[in-house]
Structures are given as structure tokens and as C-alpha cells.
Design a protein around this ligand. Sequence first.
Ligand code: SF4
Length: 211
Amino acid sequence: MTKKEIAALAVAELEKLYPAAECTLDYGEPYELLIATRLAAQCTDARVNIVTKELFAKYPTLEAFANADLAELEQYVKPCGFYRTKAKSIIEMSQRLISDFGGVVPDTMEELLSLSGVGRKTANLILGDVYGKPAVVTDTHCIRITGRLGLTKNTEPHKVEDDLRKLLPPDKSNDFCHRVVEFGRDICKARSPKCGECPLNTFCRDYAKKK
Ligand code: SF4
């Protein structure tokens, strides 16, 4: 079976398993997704959602974040870890969105990457979820699972993204990545994947090797 065929089967099976492909971070405005994703680095989405509930109430606009007092913002984001760096980049990012982009989150990879603290993972999330553009979000679940399936031998996010872009239908790639996160939490876990009950086990290369 070719990698493209495996990818097509994985896309179809995960669609059946998780009909609703949703971002697990809570947000209302596009800039709030940027902030939530910034906070999610080295932190769980569940914890970020607890923090942002209060955070977005305290700072209800982009301007409020741009004008935030750094020390005060740090205390709000502290439970997410790396709070000094995260708070600083949230303020810088908000200021740049206002000064250079008219308060609108940009819709190109290049512009998104120019924002403080924004990497390819965040940029892809914005492009896919906010703008409906083909996006490949390579988080830890995606890298692990696509590696096990045999879709990539790489482990660096950027290289995995390149590999997957060649294999996934562009209109399916963003939802696929959301579904892979759920699949990684439920079935294809890091330490003890539930291969016996996995609907992808008929074409998973890792499972075939184990057998
Ligand atoms: S068969 Fe096992 S390793 Fe392969 S995708 Fe399923 S759970 Fe993951």
C-alpha cells in the first residue's frame, strides 16, 4: 500500500470516528485563538481553557491585551507555565496586530510568523481554523501517529508538515489534524496504544511490524 493510500484510509477512518473535527482550545475572536495557542505551548489545552475563561473576561479586546500591565498579565497566565515569556509575547503580538495589521489577524503564513511567539504550528492553526485554508498542524500527537502509520519518517515538525502536505488532500488536512489529536488521546496513546481495538490497524505499518 502506498503512503497516499494509507493517508486516504486514515482520513476516512478518523472522519467516521470523530465526525466533529474541532479545535480543543476555546476562543471567540481570531486573536483569542492566537493567544490561547501561545499559552498552549508546554501546557494542556484543558488547562489553557480554564485560564483563558478568566483571561478573556479580564481583557475583553485586543486593545486591552496591547495595553496590559505585564506583571498583572503574568499572574493571569502563570498556571500555563513559562508565564513571563508568554505574557511578554502576548502583549507584543497584540501591539503588532494593532500597529501593522489594523487589528486583524493576518491570513498568510509569512505574516503570522512575523508575530512575537508565533511558530508554524500556531500559524497553521489560524490559517486552517480561522481562514479555512489548507493547514497541517504538526503537534506531538500528529508527529507520533503519522510516524506510526508510516506516513513520515521525520520527527521535526516542519519536515512532518512537508511530508503530510504531499499526502493529505488539502481540503481535509486541517480537520485530519484535529481528529488526530483526539485519536492520540483516546486510542493511539504515546505509551500504550490500543492497537487491538484500533480501526486503523489494518493498514498501520507500525502494527504490521509488531505482528
Ligand atoms: S494500530 Fe496502534 S500504532 Fe497503529 S494507529 Fe492504531 S493504535 Fe496507533
